[in-house]
Design a protein around this ligand. Sequence first.
Ligand code: NAP
Ligand code: GDP
Length: 328
Amino acid sequence: MASSVILVTGGTGLVGSAIKHVIETEPEGSRFGKRPGETWIFASSSEGDLRDPVAARKLFDKYKPTHVIHLAALVGGLFRNMKYKLTFLRDNLLINDNVLHTSYLTQTQKVISCLSTCVFPDKVSYPLDEDKIHLGLPHESNFGYAHSKRLVDVMNHAYKEEFGCNFTSAIPTNIFGPNDNFDLEDSHVIPGLIHKCYLAKKNGTPFVVSGTGKPLRQFIYSYDLAKMFIWMLREYDDVEPIILSVGEDEEVSIKQVADAIVKAMGFKGEYTFDTTRADGQYRKPASNAKLLKLMGGFEFTPFDTALNDTVKWFVESYDKARTGKKSA
Ligand code: NAP
Ligand code: GDP
């Protein structure tokens, strides 16, 4: 890439901070390290609320990005999605419309937006692959978020067909790592359970996992995902999305996640499941065949290593971590 300015919207969140870490720490000559002529900007919402078109335009006028990795979104786990369906739909529609349209108006060379495997239909054959996004309705628990993200793929195709824009999207599975949102109620399962187990250990109270523990998920470490975004930025130029995931045979149950957290935290107390709470979708295994074929293979961080590192980060960073209310 010649001289380029890469604007990462949502650059201060879980994924954005992982991209920053990788870009700043990869050794010289690495496929994923910073290259000469690249300027990276990691924007937070304090630089502009992207639900507002004027703020979006100001951000673009300030940095004049040639490339955008668009991560900014209202994000949350199952319980937050169930509670705020309209807000998830509307905030994300506004953010995505403003980022894509401003990118078009300012002639940004390339935009990679971030979707999620929630976009896929609830009732569809497994494994999920890139051709199945629009084959049926998403799961009802997060239909607001899912529809807003699914429309990004529709917009990318429309921008390409009408204006020739180079817009595409990535579809990660459930992500975790340092700098996640560790709120007790609004977060995804891994950060939520790490925080709950931490408090249970500290206060001598039971560690309560929501639901039955039976649902299955594929988890990707934020630092691995960051490398995939950097690869996409440099080497992938097609409007069709790519699933960014571990293999479809690497599903982990919520109980296995909770067991791994208990072990990493050294928690010895009582541990139960609150089966009155929702399980959400039972499973949504996704194929990474397209990714591996195009990238030529990838060395994933083993789940236990990534989880141990995340727990360690959380314990050491408790005072600065995003934990919502510091309840105890
Ligand atoms: P996150 O940690 O919650 O970070 C969200 C980022 O978006 C923050 O930098 C936040 O800025 C910014 N943001 C939120 N609302 C904004 C607004 N109105 N205007 C401007 N910026 C705004 O989220 P994440 O987990 O890194 O998610 C990154 C992307 O991955 C999202 O598109 C998400 O949908 C997708 N994704 C996440 C998961 C997952 O498991 N976490 C799974 C699949 C896909 P502030 O820090 O200033 O608030
Ligand atoms: P999803 O992958 O989009 O469904 O989102 P989550 O990361 O929120 O994972 C939801 C799954 O984890 C469901 O089966 C929940 O019942 C289960 N779960 C167990 N404990 C928790 C928790 O503390 N927070 C969240 N978000 N989910 C939990």
